[in-house]
Design a protein around this ligand. Sequence first.
Ligand code: SF4
Ligand code: SF4
Ligand code: FES
Length: 238
Amino acid sequence: MTSQLQVKVWRGRGDGSYQTFDVPRRDAQSVLDVVTYIQRRLDPTLAYRFACRVGMCGSCAMTVNGRPRWTCRTHVSKVAPDGRLEIAPLAHLPIVRDLVTDMREFFDKGARAMARFQPTRTRGDDVARIEPASPARRAIDAAIECIGCGVCYAACDVVAWNPDYLGPAALNRAWTLVNDARDGARRERLAAVAGDAGCHACHTHQSCSELCPMHLAPTASISGLKRATAIATLRGEL
Ligand code: SF4
Ligand code: SF4
Ligand code: FES
């Protein structure tokens, strides 16, 4: 193992360029540790984003040696065996500065896909229950653990070709809610994801599912939406 890492870091906005830093190599070092070392020891003007450092908040995603990854749980030893790292902001999103992207369009697409629970009960009603072992609950659980990191969005070629495409995270969340019997907006949500920029634009090439750090399968969720919207269309519901 080399004692130094050679780290190229994106600086500036979309028209920026890479700056190279030498960073001491450590055992069990994450990519986020490397970025933090640079910002604290070498260049305090470096902008980046993180919060939890334990894989829960989804805010630390960046492009690492060409692939989108959550950096707090990406070990340097796994992605840079030769001691070279290239770290850039997530693809397909405007760059605010350095490693920070503007996530607004990512979250706006969640709103467009109606990726928000629409309750049917009031606080005066009994709590709605879905049995933990039931097929209905398992269908919800399959896609529920999304942390909103944007890795799948940055991995998706269709987002690059069609900036209107809702993208894997918003569609994955929409599918979770379509499966939720307590939700009251199934038909509206299916209508929201059925258009040209919705589930039928997905080419099923699985980059999102391969790279999702939570091991979710947005491709499978999107296939579920394709089936559900087709059935709803045949029934004249959309
Ligand atoms: S499977 Fe669909 S959503 Fe996922 S990366 Fe490919 S085109 Fe994008
Ligand atoms: S589906 Fe996976 S990759 Fe996409 S935002 Fe959620 S956790 Fe991140
Ligand atoms: S800092 Fe929260 S997921 Fe990485």
